[in-house]
Design a protein around this ligand. Structure first.
Ligand SMILES: Cc1cc2nc3c(=O)[nH]c(=O)nc-3n(C[C@H](O)[C@H](O)[C@H](O)COP(=O)(O)OP(=O)(O)OC[C@H]3O[C@@H](n4cnc5c(N)ncnc54)[C@H](O)[C@@H]3O)c2cc1C
Ligand SMILES: NC(=O)c1ccc[n+]([C@@H]2O[C@H](COP(=O)([O-])OP(=O)(O)OC[C@H]3O[C@@H](n4cnc5c(N)ncnc54)[C@H](O)[C@@H]3O)[C@@H](O)[C@H]2O)c1
Length: 458
């Protein structure tokens, strides 16, 4: 057993852990990074990278099927599922490989490939067991991410299951996927697998998909899935899963039965905080295993920090990466950086939903007097020219000052277009100030500007 003394120990080579380890080492500070599985964490290995690669293939198949409407004949569209998945896994292997290469042969950051567990704190040092090694660290950063939550559904373990991690290993196209849950993962993956040729049913216990979005946005997303042939069942309660031949049956309350070949678990995520030994420091995780932090990401014990999905709140790659900025500033800078920030996000369906700030529902629930500007994509020149008229832009502003409070951009490239509103919000811009910027014609930026104009004029 080796005893390793370090200034900073980082647990989890995810979106905050890797850049932080590099930055500390570059500044000449001793750092140990402990990872139990693959460098790059969820985003690289089974999240953003492979899902967006497969979604790109599915979008291409859908565009090819629509080509006739644009005067381009594509007589038949064949999806080679194995090739689609092989391409995605190749991208994963490339990203992971270059990360592995960047750590090879280095003693700072020192990479330990092991499961880490805290064993309390003595003489001002955290004690961390990592396989056969013991790390003694002045501070510890936990960046251990999340995993698919497993709802307490009787029979769950007896049926063919896919989750947000194992899907990446699929070799053959599932015949009929039944999604349990209708949030971000289900929206993206249900549309994608349907476009690749699978039958898809989504079972959502709530009254709408994407429960955190405004009802008009959620309804438009639901319409988009249904237009692709996804069967969406809202307000249903799965009470039992039963194997049936090669597949399964899901029994719903009320007696109805849904059949499929695989159950896709998309019922939320829970943080990897169990097994970390947090109890040895008196830290008790909250709902879904989340570790509470302050604005500087300190987890309640001096010297203990939590970053990325583990700390709850915005669970996205770019938010985890921004936690790196906060921690780097805490450890190497003047220590004033905080997590008070504007975090945009997207749902990569078609149309794509780009979101930032407050939704109309959230703004009204917070007691704000708001104005809402809306613009339909079917009125946009660019959308009509490229044959992508679905969706709308919706912008929410303070009724008194005109300050932009949030936006939902549901259109082709909505995740790109919403960045306009992110910039405006960070700059504290009002609707009138946004209108001073000329938008290029023909672009979706014009549609965004027209939604802002509707806010001022409407
Ligand atoms: C299917 C899917 C698609 C997604 N798509 C997007 C997207 O398009 N855009 C977006 O912004 N976000 C997306 N996300 C979310 C994104 O992947 C996460 O928000 C992001 O990866 C979180 O990074 P993290 O650093 O918090 O944790 P992770 O990237 O999960 O890293 C945590 C690491 O800690 C390691 N670990 C855990 N416990 C221990 C331990 N005890 N000892 C040692 N190591 C440990 C894990 O093995 C893992 O490598 C997606 C997620 C999924 C599942
Ligand atoms: N584009 C992106 O940025 C992106 C993409 C994929 C995943 N992610 C990450 O993953 C998270 C989303 O994961 P998710 O979609 O699993 O969770 P979610 O919280 O978005 O949605 C879960 C849904 O499942 C429903 N549900 C829960 N238990 C159920 C049950 N027993 N039966 C039926 N419905 C049930 C809930 O009502 C909810 O609507 C995001 O918050 C983000 O962190 C992000």
């Amino acid at each position: 057993m080796a005893e390793i003394r370090t200034e900073t120990a980082i647990v989890g080579a995810g979106q905050a852990g890797v850049p932080l380890a590099r930055a500390l080492a570059e500044a000449g500070r001793l750092v140990v990074l402990v990872e139990r599985r693959h460098l790059g964490g969820s985003c690289v290995n089974f999240g953003c990278t492979p899902s967006k690669a497969v979604i790109a293939s599915a979008r291409l198949a859908a565009a090819a099927r629509r080509a006739g409407a644009m005067g381009v004949g594509i007589p038949s569209v064949a999806v080679d599922f194995a090739a689609v998945m092989a391409r995605a896994r190749r991208l994963v292997a490339e990203s992971r490989g270059s990360l592995e290469e960047s750590f090879r042969g280095r003693d700072n950051p020192r990479l330990l490939c092991a499961e880490a567990r805290l064993e309390g704190r003595r003489d001002g040092l955290f004690r961390l067991r990592a396989g056969g090694d013991v790390v003694l660290a002045e501070r510890v950063v936990l960046d251990t991410g999340t995993r698919s939550a497993r709802p307490p559904l009787p029979g769950l373990n007896s049926v063919p299951l896919v989750d947000s991690e194992s899907w990446v290993g699929l070799e053959a196209l599932p015949g009929h996927l039944v999604f349990l849950g209708g949030g971000t993962i289900a929206l993206e993956m249900a549309q994608c697998f349907r476009r690749l040729g699978a039958e898809v049913t989504v079972l959502e216990q709530g009254e709408r998909l994407a429960e955190h979005e405004d009802p008009d946005v959620a309804e438009a997303l639901c319409d988009a899935l249904e237009a692709d042939g996804v069967e969406v069942r809202l307000g249903v309660e799965a009470v039992r899963a039963v194997p049936e031949g090669e597949g399964l049956r899901v029994h719903l309350r009320g007696g109805e039965v849904v059949e499929g070949t695989h159950l896709f678990l998309a019922a939320g995520r829970e943080a990897n905080s169990d097994g970390l030994g947090l109890e040895t420091l008196g830290v008790v995780p909250g709902k879904r295993g989340v570790v509470a932090v302050d604005g500087g990401l300190c987890a309640g014990v001096p010297g203990l920090y939590a970053a990325g999905d583990l700390r709850g709140g915005a669970q996205f790659t770019h938010a985890a990466y921004d936690d790196f900025r906060v921690l780097r500033d805490r450890f190497l800078g003047d220590g004033t950086a905080t997590t008070e920030r504007v975090v945009p996000y997207a749902i990569f369906t078609e149309p794509e939903l780009g979101r930032v700030g407050l939704s109309e529902t959230q703004a009204r629930a917070a007691g704000r007097a708001v104005r809402v500007g809306r613009y339909r994509m079917r009125d946009s020149g660019k959308a009509r020219e490229i044959g992508r008229t679905e969706g709308f832009v919706k912008v929410v502003a303070d009724a008194g000052t005109g300050e932009i409070l949030g936006a939902a951009v549901l259109c082709a490239e909505g995740a790109e277009v919403v960045q306009l509103f992110t910039q405006a919000m960070v700059a504290g811009a009002t609707a009138r100030e946004m209108l001073r910027a000329i938008a290029i014609h023909p672009t979706f930026g014009e549609a965004a500007k027209n939604a802002v104009a509707a806010l001022v004029d409407g």
